[in-house]
Design a protein around this ligand. Structure first.
Ligand code: ATP
Ligand code: MG
Length: 155
């Protein structure tokens, strides 16, 4: 691992650039809510992979004119990153399965998004490998929030 001190807001804004074209085409809003300025010591390429998967999902699984908000805040010695959308949501009985490899909610609705179902399993692996955690809050038809907690300093 290549640990560096990373400004979390800058990492989020850099990731927004990756999805900007898709977001523009769908006339979606991408917002960063920086509640605390946070520098975390982390492998920047892993952090980027985590952010890119979650933010890309938020854009893909949200309808036109939707909104994606990333909130960052400090809680004790942890950085909390909330990736929130007002998209299609995930049924409650499937919420614990989406982190499994190749699992995709309702093949019919995800057919056109062309994914493999690996993104979240990789995210979970990377987050846990950094001694963090990931949880989900979602309501079908209303939206989804992924909550990532990462240590500010590695243990
Ligand atoms: P890829 O491997 O390209 O990321 P994927 O997006 O299908 O493919 P995951 O990122 O692992 O795979 O997500 C798994 C499934 O969880 C998705 O197919 C989708 O049904 C659901 N999902 C993930 N993120 C969201 C979200 N923000 N809103 C609604 N559903 C989501
Ligand atoms: Mg994905």
């Amino acid at each position: 691992m290549n640990m560096q001190e990373v400004n979390l807001s800058e990492a989020v804004l850099a990731t927004f650039q990756l999805v900007k074209q898709t977001a523009d085409e769908k006339e979606m809003e991408l917002n960063l809510l920086e509640e605390d300025t946070l520098f975390i010591t982390v492998d920047n390429s892993r952090l980027k992979q985590i952010l890119a998967n979650l933010i890309n999902n938020a854009v893909v699984y949200t309808q036109e004119s939707g909104k994606v908000t990333v909130t960052i805040r400090k809680e004790n010695d942890q950085a909390v990153i909330l990736v929130s959308d007002n998209g299609i949501g995930i049924p409650e009985d499937e919420q614990d399965r989406i982190f499994e490899r190749f699992y995709r909610v309702d093949k019919a609705r995800s057919r056109n998004s062309g994914g493999t179902g690996l993104g979240l399993s990789i995210v979970k692996y990377l987050v846990e490998n950094l001694n963090g955690s990931i949880t989900i809050k979602s309501k079908l038809g209303l939206g989804t929030t992924f909550i990532v907690r990462l240590p500010i300093q590695p243990r």
